[in-house]
Write a protein that binds this ligand. Sequence first.
Ligand SMILES: NC(=O)c1ccc[n+]([C@@H]2O[C@H](COP(=O)([O-])OP(=O)(O)OC[C@H]3O[C@@H](n4cnc5c(N)ncnc54)[C@H](OP(=O)(O)O)[C@@H]3O)[C@@H](O)[C@H]2O)c1
Length: 280
Amino acid sequence: MTAGKVPLYLVFGDGWIAGQIRDILKTGGESYEVTKVRLEDREAVLSELRRVQPTHVINAAGVRGTPNVDWCEDHKEETIRANIIGATNVVDCCFLLGIHVTHFSSGCIYDYDDAHPPGGKGYTEEEEPNFFRSFYSNTKIISEKAIKHYPNVLILRIRNPLSGDLHPKNTVTKLFGFKKLIDVPNSGTICPNLLPGAIILAKNGETGLYNFAYLVHRVTDQPRGIYTQRSNGIDQEAPPSIPELVHVLAGRAGQDSQGTSVQPRDGFLEGCAEAANIWV
Ligand SMILES: NC(=O)c1ccc[n+]([C@@H]2O[C@H](COP(=O)([O-])OP(=O)(O)OC[C@H]3O[C@@H](n4cnc5c(N)ncnc54)[C@H](OP(=O)(O)O)[C@@H]3O)[C@@H](O)[C@H]2O)c1
């Protein structure tokens, strides 16, 4: 499909994840263009693909709601148009033109059950999604069910993305918006670690479906310790400060699917600390 051609990437979307992809491409000296063409507009997508003639498309566009996914419950048509019709349209157009697509999906499609209790083993890609209580998640599940059959597609499921910035979509930032943090083990995509890997996979023409996240114990013993320290009558429900929390997140890192410890890299900790300094 892409053999022998100099890679040229066309990035759909201009949001938070797309911005990080763009930075990685730029730093890596790759050729790329960014498009804001609407995913569901078939004529516009085909025309953009014919104009740019990319070897690779990175679809980092999609609706996830602002300020959060609850928005999708009240904006079902927009969500369907982007996440189901749009995502499938881009993949189909690329298929017709022989272009590799990396599609960012979501890991918010699984729920704890008897076989997967909190803190237990994670879900593998072979296991069927079982979280249907969010309209957003449903659109991601439906689109995946269609596009995973195309031979030109790499699907990467992002989950609780963490990065060293203060973007409102960054999980680190979001955690500080909550008055109270709940101690539930979860998984997370440490963006500086994993997003460069997305470009490597794309460049190599890899296809298939990946849970693109580590097993991260997001809010665990250490914040609880911080709470306990603070619980002597002063401020029982206060969340830890940003430096405390980024220390926990970055220090704890995660485990890959083999259970091997993974440390954040490429300035994640420094970025978080910098963000914390700006914030406090
Ligand atoms: N951030 C997370 O927590 C997270 C977690 C899991 C998965 N993801 C997935 O990763 C992808 C990117 O997320 P993000 O955090 O970067 O979101 P974001 O900052 O909200 O950016 C989304 C981008 O998609 C564009 N877009 C939305 N609907 C579109 C449409 N119909 N046609 C063309 N462009 C459209 C938006 O452009 P306009 O503003 O012009 O509409 C924006 O540039 C999404 O598919 C999201 O579901 C994100």
